[in-house]
Design a protein around this ligand. Structure first.
Ligand code: FAD
Length: 538
């Protein structure tokens, strides 16, 4: 097959226009075109009066080699690459060394699935509950029930992204096309087919819940074993050379599991586990992350600004944005985890702390658009004391948000106009907060360090130049956004193994090797392959 890239057609083109574009690009007759299918569809809305759809198409033609020679110098015509996932190993019949996966977020889920598909019958340990039970706890907390520290937005089957917008894209390098395997498996588990070809796929919260269950069933059918409400508390380590060798895991309820290969995919909020690992001598470094607020506007305003007259076109869906501003003080402010037509969610996992995040349903039909507006911070500049000092900084800000919010899990919030003018808010405007259990209007500069306030105050008017209305006075800021990525990195070597613990494979977002659902899934596949290869070598 040939892959044609960058085929541009107007937004409202006729269906046959795609075929015509192929014939015209390759200068062939209709009889020479045997078939074609859509590989990717994106859009260019820079000029919203003339929005273009941009296609990547795989085409089967009669005279392929002739055309390849003819278009030798044209980068838009190439052989379709083989993107099929290929397993790197097969478990031996006498497998007596079952790998263990800790954490059932997207990273752990894909590690477990790949290991199961290769016959390694993984044991999966998850501190939280099965996804249905977890959903009750999480939605309960949003409706003012007590926070369950082991079953919430961060913890439980499906991991941190289960109640999310389910965006499935990132800028990670994926030379081996593992991302396609992630998408294929998601579709097999019930995700909409379109995630295979739209340029910015998303799934939405409720679909994710069902998909996670289906994937669990698949892993069990392949011999995998799940243990929920089972927290890894400590590693059982044996000193070896300059470091250690893993012998087993100490689990909650005084259980013990003997094992030699553990994929540690515990996400960015497992602060207790990070501390335990550090105290045991696992090599951990601090790393940069970002802090700030969630911003909310009416989605209709964002749609109008991005798509003009074409706002509401079903192919475009609800508009998103991606913004960056480099401040005079040397800091950078950027939008992150934008959720079109979604809600701001209470994302705490520790009692008496307030953290925000965002989610949407697949339809993205809620009234507000929300996004994190955050400032990048670094260990060198902002928390140099200790490898775990970033966690302490996160906790400090989340404590402040809890106390300023009124000590009842209401989040502190402020109107954009008041924030820019430096005065506390006392009354809501047209943009109604979507955060539950509720918000407390206040002065958000009391929640974050001064440089964060200063940087965001400079960035919002700059963003308003790109999205007219972004600095609208009655838009809303809600705080505090601290869990943008992991504050630590559990360093691993080129074989994906911890640099000082043989048998420990740190993976995913918590270990500092992914950011988002898709990239966590990709990292899970990579590490599963490394573990499989190590088991068959030993
Ligand atoms: P996690 O998903 O965090 O999973 C880690 C798992 O490990 C958890 O289930 C946890 O309970 C378990 N665990 C932790 N400690 C232990 C222990 N000691 N023993 C046993 N189990 C343990 N990303 C996107 O790409 N798109 C989005 O739209 C998006 N929206 C988001 C919305 C929200 C509300 C949140 C919170 C996050 C969102 N993210 C989104 C980020 C995304 O969810 C994460 O990047 C991703 O889930 C990381 O995957 P992971 O598997 O590495 O870790």
């Amino acid at each position: 097959m040939l892959r044609l890239t960058d085929i541009k057609l107007p937004l409202n083109h006729e269906e046959q226009a795609i075929e015509h574009a192929i014939l015209s690009k390759l200068n062939i007759s209709p009889s020479q075109l045997l078939s074609f299918n859509l590989f990717k569809r994106g859009y260019d809305a820079r000029n919203n009066k003339d929005i273009q759809l941009i296609y990547t198409l795989d085409v089967e033609v009669e005279n392929q080699s002739e055309l390849l020679t003819q278009f030798e110098r044209d980068p838009q015509v190439r052989i379709t690459p083989d993107m099929q996932y290929k397993f790197v190993a097969q478990a031996p019949d006498n497998l007596n060394n079952r790998p263990v996966v800790v954490g059932l977020g997207p990273c752990g889920l894909f590690s477990a699935l790949i290991l199961a598909q290769m016959g390694f019958k993984p044991i999966i340990l998850e501190r939280g509950k099965e996804v249905r039970e977890r959903t009750k706890d999480t939605f309960g907390f949003w409706r003012k029930k007590p926070l369950n520290p082991e079953s919430n937005v961060q913890f439980g089957e499906g991991g941190a992204g289960t109640f999310s917008d389910g965006k499935l894209y990132s800028q990670v390098k994926d030379r081996k096309h593992y991302g396609r395997k992630v998408l294929h498996e998601f579709v097999a588990a019930g995700a909409p087919e379109e995630i295979m070809y739209v340029s910015k796929p998303h799934i939405g919260t409720f679909k994710l819940v069902n998909m996670v269950e289906k994937m669990r069933e698949k892993i069990i059918a392949l011999g995998g074993e799940f243990r929920f409400s089972t927290r890894v508390e400590k590693l059982d380590l044996e000193p070896q050379n300059e470091g250690y060798k893993l012998k087993g895991l100490h689990l909650s309820d005084n259980q013990y599991l003997s094992c030699s290969h553990v994929i540690l995919a515990i996400g960015h909020s497992a602060r207790d586990t990070f501390t335990a690992l550090y105290e045991q001598g696992v090599y951990i470094e601090s790393k940069p992350f970002s802090v700030g607020f969630r911003i909310e506007h009416e989605q209709s305003m964002i749609d109008k600004c991005r798509f003009g007259e074409n706002a509401g076109n079903p192919i475009l869906g609800a508009a998103d944005y991606k913004l960056v501003h480099h401040c005079k003080n040397g800091r950078s402010v950027y939008s992150f985890c934008m959720c079109p037509g979604g809600t701001v969610v209470a994302a705490a996992s520790e009692p008496n702390r307030v953290v925000t995040n965002g989610m949407s349903q697949y339809s993205r039909h809620e009234r507000n658009a929300n996004s994190a507006i955050v400032v990048g911070i670094t260990p060198e500049q902002d928390y140099p004391e200790h490898p775990l000092a970033g966690i302490e900084l996160q906790r400090k800000l989340e404590d402040l948000a809890f106390s300023i919010g009124g000590e009842n899990y209401h989040a502190p919030a402020q109107l954009i106009g008041d924030f820019l003018a430096g005065k506390p808010s006392s009354e809501l405007g047209e943009v109604k907060p979507s955060y539950t259990p509720g918000v407390t209007l206040t002065d958000l500069s009391k929640v974050v360090p001064d440089f964060v306030t200063e940087s965001i105050r400079e960035a919002i008017p700059a963003f308003n130049r790109q999205i007219k209305g972004f600095a609208k006075a009655d838009g809303l800021l809600t705080g505090v956004e601290t869990r943008t990525s992991s504050p630590i990195c559990i360093k691993r070597n080129k074989d994906y193994e911890s640099v000082n613990v043989e048998g420990l494979y740190p993976a995913g977002e918590g270990a500092g090797y992914a950011g988002g659902i898709w990239s966590a899934g990709i990292d899970g596949i990579r590490v599963a392959e490394a573990v499989a290869l190590s088991i068959i070598r030993n």
